[in-house]
Write a protein that binds this ligand. Structure first.
Ligand code: ACO
Length: 429
């Protein structure tokens, strides 16, 4: 029996279907509301609005659960590697050994970037933020790798997906090398995805980079934890822009732009900057907590709070463990980790943070982990973007294959002036 919700307007009752997800989540289907009743709904920030039905990621913000295609993220972080998790997200199932090998070979085959693209990289101002560079370069990929009419749509999508996953990693490392004025290091056929990235970032003709398997593992964990997070701001941007049937490069470029924001992917950089300020302040976190609690101060404790998690972000817990492990192994002391731990301890006991359900999110510890791996601060959000790529791609693919596909076009409630006449310029006061 289909459940329904009743809505009463001006004495008339209307019935609306209720749809139920595979984990029991319920939603009122209002898709025919305007057509049948003449009303729209108002929901700033979409806090109560589901934009799609999706079988990719399950997230329960109250219970702190995150699963990709049904598999808990804790298990993936422990046992999987980023490329395998990317395959899972994009194709729906874990690959067999044969499928994984084929996927890895394809990623290797497509890992070079058109040499002419280097000219682009070289002409960005030195001060350009790598996220701005990355979004422009991803958009530019379409010009360098145009559609080939002889290919079927499926072939075209598959090759675009592989190119993106492979080349974005190369382009990210390339932009760092060019930014530093160093020789670009090419991808190596003998190295897997994460190790290859670290090598492209840190190898140099005068100092060989020694690949450390624990750092490779930490990077895999970092990327797996970022791989998808259902309908967050950047994923919603990819779906929305993609709904206009733009090419995948353009949709992903829009996602990168959205991720750049300090309230989203830019938070990992903002967290380390904040921890640095606390460090410079002699480690005194109290003024920062006080500012975060002050209603008249726009300052927020970066890395705290989440639109969906009202408990500890499960990814933050894994990230914290990974930080402890990497820093322990490197026997390197990072004052930022001490400050982060102390800040967390204080905030979790503070009534303001308790009452507002503010817990550390993924970004709170991810910056400390990236520092330990050796990633420079201005590349932090780029690292997030590489990780989120499989999520964006799988969500885009799901949306264009959705039988209920529609161009996304929200409504509004107009609150501007009522009709009035144009006033000639000489008569304006
Ligand atoms: N520090 C202090 N107060 C906060 C914080 C914070 N980090 N986050 C939320 N609050 C307070 C708000 O001031 C507000 O208080 P009020 O109700 O007394 O006015 C209340 O909590 C709710 O805040 P909203 O902004 O409405 O919550 P929303 O769900 O829209 O925002 C967000 C979530 C943007 C993540 C927010 O918590 C924030 O700005 N956090 C800091 C930035 C950050 O860490 N972003 C990374 C998010 S994770 C990711 O993108 C991967």
């Amino acid at each position: 029996m289909q459940h329904t919700a009743k809505i009463m307007i001006d004495g008339k009752t209307f019935e609306l279907p209720i749809i139920t997800g595979s984990e029991g989540e319920k939603a009122i289907d209002i898709s025919r509301l305007r057509q049948e009743i003449g009303l729209v709904t108002y929901d700033p920030g979409f806090a109560s609005t589901a934009n799609c039905q999706s079988s990719i990621t399950f997230l329960d913000g109250e219970r702190g659960i995150l699963r990709y295609r049904g598999i808990p993220v804790e298990q993936l972080a422990e046992h999987s590697r980023f490329v395998e998790t990317a395959y899972l997200l994009i194709n729906g199932e874990l690959p067999t050994q044969k499928e994984l090998t084929r996927f890895s070979v394809l990623l290797n085959d497509h890992s070079l970037v058109h040499e002419d693209m280097r000219a682009f990289f070289e002409h960005f101002p030195r001060s350009a933020h790598p996220m701005g560079i990355l979004s422009s370069m991803v958009n530019a990929l379409r010009a360098f790798y145009p559609e080939i009419p002889e290919r079927t749509e499926e072939e075209e999508i598959n090759i675009t997906v592989t190119r993106l996953l492979s080349k974005v990693r190369t382009m990210a490392a390339m932009s760092y090398k060019i930014f530093r004025g160093h020789k670009v290091i090419y991808p190596r056929e003998d190295l897997p995805y994460a190790a290859n990235f670290l090598n492209m970032m840190f190898d140099s003709p005068v100092r060989r980079y020694v690949i450390d398997k624990d750092l490779v593992k930490a990077l895999n964990v970092f990327w797996i934890l970022h791989a998808d997070h259902e309908q967050n701001c950047s994923t919603a941007a990819v779906r929305l822009v993609g709904s206009a049937k733009v090419n995948l490069y353009a949709a992903i470029s829009a996602g990168i732009c959205a991720l750049w924001g300090p309230l989203h992917g830019g938070a990992n950089q903002a967290v380390v900057e904040m921890l640095g300020q606390i460090h410079e302040n002699g480690g005194d976190w109290a003024p920062f907590i006080a500012r975060a609690k002050d209603k008249n101060d726009p300052f927020r404790l970066m890395g705290f709070g989440h639109r969906v998690y009202k408990t500890y972000d499960p990814r933050a817990r894994i990230m914290k463990k990974a930080c402890d492990k990497v820093l322990g192994k490197l026997t390197r002391h990072d004052p930022m980790l001490d400050i982060a731990r102390r800040l967390e301890e204080v905030a979790l006991k503070d009534p303001y943070f308790i009452d507002h359900h503010l817990y550390p999110n993924i970004d709170f510890y991810s910056g400390v982990l990236l520092r330990a791996i050796g990633i420079p601060l201005n590349m932090f959000t780029v690292m997030f973007a590489i990780g989120r790529l499989p999520g964006w791609i799988s969500q885009w693919k799901e949306s264009i294959e959705d039988p209920n596909w529609k161009i996304q076009r929200p409504r509004q409630i107009y609150i501007g002036p009522n009709e009035r006449d144009y006033v000639p310029i000489e008569e304006r006061g």
